[in-house]
Ligand binder design. Structure first.
Ligand SMILES: Cc1cc2nc3c(=O)[nH]c(=O)nc-3n(C[C@H](O)[C@H](O)[C@H](O)COP(=O)(O)OP(=O)(O)OC[C@H]3O[C@@H](n4cnc5c(N)ncnc54)[C@H](O)[C@@H]3O)c2cc1C
Length: 463
């Protein structure tokens, strides 16, 4: 069997810090996908690729085969009475939103869970078991997946659900694309009062206030998240802007208003910014301005969901802000019992280092358990920040953050990672060994080879 002819060395993921060579095969129909399984006979492994919105190397498979599933983008069925959508795995969350916005019916449906970008595929959302600002209510994407069709490298197509192939169902949700290729899925949408949101944003002074506001918001608000000023220190450590929102029924005439935003962003960054543009001074000025600009008291507004859920989608290619060397995102979760001290320690180290960017968020996760064997969330607090890639200094800081996360009993999010050690990963995911028995032998990824190594690996060094 010949490997695909398209040899590419320009496939990056969102952080743009890993550049590998791949054999790329684009798939448009499920019979093409079945035929592509024969590629495993070449001795190379395969990995599905969605929209490449994972940050590090979990959607990369260096020197091996990537199967681009964006062409598997058809809706199969939408039942407006039950809110169940069935679609191919390359359908994007943006396409589902467009479908929901353009339907006129008394019952409004919305995505049950959405990450901070709508430009992700359903296959990618399942494989990373993504979470959103409503984790405290709804859990992860996988909590709403009813079933999917999984193509294995031996050409078999398995229907997976809690009752049919349950172990593969659990392993594939949050399974990082390693159990096979998801061809299609059935997802239960959430019934909502309307597509519009009632939202409040206001600034708060420090970490203690974050915890107070967050726990007070979890009962009445469907969505909550905080942007944090990661350079603030001392009494202001952890200060930020808290946003909370819930769906509301439209006032007369409101539902006709639509943002035409599901296609290309209105603004885009066509080139890499010089890496020195993102420095402590520029970020410090920006953060201080943003914090002071926010209202001191909750100010309520009715808004489209786009600016609340997807502010970054408005700027195409914003990931080029960090320059040609790209960036790392660090996202960890620490359990409730240790969260206060651990988040304080993490933010203290970050603030001292002066390395992080202005994109930093803090969110309290809830207790809904995902069916996913390797899912990231746990009850506790999650912190996510971008770090411009400055080579060794950045990696050393992230290792330090790992040590705090590990000793607090937490773990890092594979979808965002490009550098965690095998030891730190394995400690955070004690079920990884059981999971690895479910991996399809024809599938692998750069991330998995790195974190499943038995002996400590020489750390991958970015260019
Ligand atoms: C601005 C931004 C904000 C984000 N916010 C959040 C957030 O709030 N919460 C969150 O959880 N994540 C968040 N993410 C991460 C993102 O949601 C996930 O990385 C998501 O999985 C990306 O989907 P994708 O289609 O781009 O998949 P890719 O990144 O291309 O692939 C992701 C994984 O899915 C696998 N995969 C893709 N398609 C299939 C398939 N058909 N069958 C089997 N495996 C498949 C791949 O092999 C890979 O392991 C954010 C990312 C960005 C850029």
């Amino acid at each position: 069997m010949q490997v695909p002819s398209m040899l590419r060395d320009d496939l990056l993921t969102w952080g743009r810090s890993h550049r590998f060579r791949h054999h790329l095969r684009s798939l448009h129909f499920s019979d093409e996908a079945v035929a592509a399984m024969g590629l495993a006979e070449s001795g190379r492994t395969m990995l599905a690729r969605g929209l490449g919105r994972s940050y590090g190397d979990s959607a990369l498979n260096a020197d091996q085969i990537l199967l681009d599933v964006n062409g598997l983008d058809r809706f199969i069925h939408f039942d407006a009475a039950s809110g169940i959508v069935e679609c191919e795995a390359g359908v994007t969350l943006a396409a589902i939103l467009q479908l929901l916005e353009t339907r006129d019916s008394d019952q409004r449906w919305f995505l049950p869970v959405t990450p901070g970008t709508k430009f992700v595929t359903v296959g990618g959302a399942i494989a990373n078991d993504v979470h959103g600002k409503n984790h405290h209510r709804a859990g992860c994407f996988g909590n709403h997946v009813l079933s999917f069709q999984l193509l294995r490298s031996n050409g078999e197509i398995l229907n997976c659900s809690p009752n049919s192939n349950p172990a593969l169902f659990q392993a594939t949700i949050g399974g990082l694309g390693l159990t096979g290729l998801i061809l299609s899925a059935r997802v239960a949408l959430q019934a909502v009062a309307g597509l519009w949101l009632e939202a409040e944003s206001f600034r708060y002074e420090n970490l203690d206030r974050f915890h107070q506001i967050s726990s007070a918001s979890l009962t009445d608000w469907e969505y909550s998240v905080a942007w944090i000023d990661c350079l603030a220190a001392g009494a202001n450590l952890g200060r930020g802007v808290f946003t909370r929102a819930r769906h509301v029924a439209p006032a007369p005439g409101m539902d006709q208003l639509r943002f035409d935003s599901h296609g290309q962003p209105r603004l885009s960054l066509p080139f890499d910014l010089p890496s020195f543009a993102m420095n402590r001074t520029s970020i410090g000025i920006f953060n201080t301005m943003l914090w002071h600009k926010a209202s001191a008291r909750p100010r309520r507004q009715i808004t489209h969901y786009d600016p609340v859920f997807y502010p970054l989608d408005a700027i195409g290619g914003w990931n080029r802000l960090y320059g040609a060397s790209g960036f790392y995102q660090y996202q960890c979760v620490v359990p409730t019992s240790t969260a206060r001290d651990a988040i304080r320690e993490l933010l203290g180290l970050i603030s001292q280092s002066g390395q992080a960017s202005f994109l930093a968020v803090l969110k309290t996760f809830g207790t809904v358990v995902s069916p996913g064997m390797l899912s990231f969330p746990m009850p506790g607090v999650t912190l996510a920040l971008d770090f411009p890639n400055r080579g060794f200094g950045t990696l050393a800081l992230l290792d330090q953050l790992d040590r705090v996360t590990q000793s607090a009993g937490g773990r890092i999010y594979p979808a965002k990672d490009g550098r965690v050690s095998a030891a730190a990963f394995q400690q955070g995911y004690p079920g990884w060994r059981q999971f690895s028995t479910m991996i399809d032998p024809g599938f692998s990824s750069s991330f998995w080879r790195r974190v499943s190594a038995e002996a400590p690996l020489t750390r991958f060094r970015p260019l």
